[in-house]
Design a protein around this ligand. Structure first.
Ligand code: SAM
Length: 233
């Protein structure tokens, strides 16, 4: 299972039409998603020229907004999704603050049976979880400046903190992480039966070893088989 097969499976399970992708980059995912109405938001996407031009005009099977997710939610989301959103794929700026804000902003538009999928929730090591403030360029800078111990080329940021945050402070949400494709967080409305006992300040200041101590419980880590069984039920 990867993000594309998961998103298509979830959309199919609810017969969802409306899809929002935050962070589109080269369009690898949005072009493969089977939904009638697809919107992509990214201040710096780099799709092939034809695909991008048609995307801006809404002439592909998706429409593009060249702006941050914050601006999209502030200025465009209400008029773009009058019937709500069935699936939001959050894969924009990979830090705790922004990914949490993307989730909270999406909640206002998510249909009652809808899903959010959050990419990069299960970093394998501290290098992969290296935290940034405003831009991926911060990773490049530190790599050029002598590197990051344990660097493998894979990078996820500290999006994992958003999963822990939701599992600790949002009892109205069912939040789990599928152990596939760098960790696929799946968020839906429903009771959180395993609320974590974590302090906000503890999480804000946490480093990677905090996750390591209790990865399975903190992330609600499950296999793709377990998730598919849950979805069928
Ligand atoms: C990991 S890539 C997305 C990959 C894509 N979703 C896929 O599956 O192929 C992250 C993208 O997020 C974009 N991004 C960074 N900050 C953002 C923000 N505040 N709002 C929306 N997108 C953002 C970057 O420009 C980059 O293209």
């Amino acid at each position: 299972m990867n993000r594309i097969t998961l998103i298509n499976t979830l959309l199919n399970s609810i017969k969802g039409n409306n899809y929002l992708e935050i962070g589109v980059r080269d369009g690898k995912t949005i072009t493969e998603i089977k939904a009638k109405f697809k919107i992509g938001v990214d201040p710096a996407y780099h799709l092939k020229r034809n695909l991008a031009l048609k995307g801006v005009l809404g002439l592909n099977d998706f429409k593009l907004f060249k702006q941050t997710s914050d601006d999209f939610f502030k200025n465009e989301a209400k008029k773009t999704f009058p019937d709500g959103i069935d699936l939001v794929f959050i894969d924009g700026l990979h830090n705790y603050d922004q990914s949490l804000r993307d989730v909270i902003n999406s909640l206002e538009f998510l249909n009652p049976n809808g899903f959010m999928v959050l990419h990069d929730c299960n970093p394998k090591g501290a290098a992969q979880a290296y935290p940034i403030k405003n831009s991926y360029d911060e990773v490049i800078e530190v790599l050029q400046d002598g590197g990051i111990e344990g660097w493998t080329g894979e990078w996820n940021g500290d999006v994992w903190k958003t999963i822990v945050h939701l599992r600790a402070f949002h009892p109205e949400l069912n939040v789990r992480t599928i152990d596939a494709d760098q960790g696929l967080g799946v968020i839906s409305f429903g009771q959180n039966h395993h609320q974590l006992n974590v302090e906000k300040s503890e999480l804000e200041n946490a480093e990677f070893d905090f996750l390591e101590q209790n990865r399975k419980r903190f992330l609600g880590l499950i296999s793709k088989e377990e998730f598919l069984t849950e979805l069928k039920a």
